[in-house]
Design a protein around this ligand. Structure first.
Ligand SMILES: O=C(O)[C@H](O)COP(=O)(O)O
Length: 225
């Protein structure tokens, strides 16, 4: 896919400290691990190679991220690989926060599975309608992120902009579901590894006309269990 206009590149953040410890992270705000910082830098170099700036144009016109540092730091590290003139303006918005895991935020995934059973835990993690106690279902997350996409991101794409979105596993699963028109059963199988990257090109009406998965950090397509 050429670095044409109407381009949307979505990226999951690198590994955070609580990701590494097997803890439901949700709205917690842990820093990236060393591995997570390395993943972000490799991805920055990959994107620089894939979308080289020209003397007159930056490859990306705008970037979006969440206020949670694992996403915003991933974006900063990615952009550190680009020359200063190629740095896009950044919008930080809670609309791109991770799904709120409610009472599970901060709890060990293993212990939750022992307490509530593996099936229920999987339903909270990958089901569409199931909301963890006090938290958001994927359905609620899709509504939140899609509203933001339609109001803020899509209009820029329709103007021909090239956008980066650095966000979170379930938030981006929600965005993928809506962009690719997947059903609840299909989205269960969408898994995002650290710095998973997917690139969409859109037509003049905002419909997806092309999609590309990148192999970065040794994970095919950036998507993993
Ligand atoms: O919030 C978290 O714990 C992770 O970002 C994603 O967790 P999950 O794989 O359980 O959705």
């Amino acid at each position: 896919m050429d670095p044409a206009n109407n381009l949307l590149v979505i990226i999951r953040h690198g590994q955070s400290e609580t990701n590494a410890s097997g803890i439901f992270t949700g709205l917690l705000d842990p820093p990236l691990t060393h591995q997570g910082r390395d993943e972000a830098l490799s991805l920055g170099h990959f994107l620089l190679d894939r979308y080289p700036p020209t003397s007159s144009a930056s490859p990306f016109t705008h970037a979006y991220t969440s206020p949670l540092q694992r996403a915003s730091t991933t974006l900063e590290i990615i952009l550190s690989a680009f020359p200063a003139f190629a740095r896009p303006a950044i919008t930080v918005t809670p609309a791109l926060n991770e799904r709120d895991y409610g009472q599970l935020n901060g709890r060990s995934k293993k212990e939750v599975a022992e307490e509530y059973g593996a099936e229920q835990t999987e339903e909270w993690r990958r089901g569409y309608e199931a909301a963890p106690p006090g938290g958001e279902s994927l359905e609620m997350t899709v509504k939140r992120v899609w509203r933001y996409y339609e109001e803020e991101i899509r209009p820029r794409l329709l103007k021909g902009e090239r956008l980066l979105v650095v966000s979170h596993g379930n938030t981006l699963r929600g965005l993928v579901m809506a962009l690719e028109r997947l059903g609840p059963d299909e989205v269960k199988n969408v898994e995002l590894g650290y710095t998973a990257t997917r690139c969409y090109s859109l037509d003049g009406e905002g419909k997806v006309k092309g999609k590309e998965l990148f192999v970065v950090n040794g994970v095919e397509g950036g998507w993993s269990q």
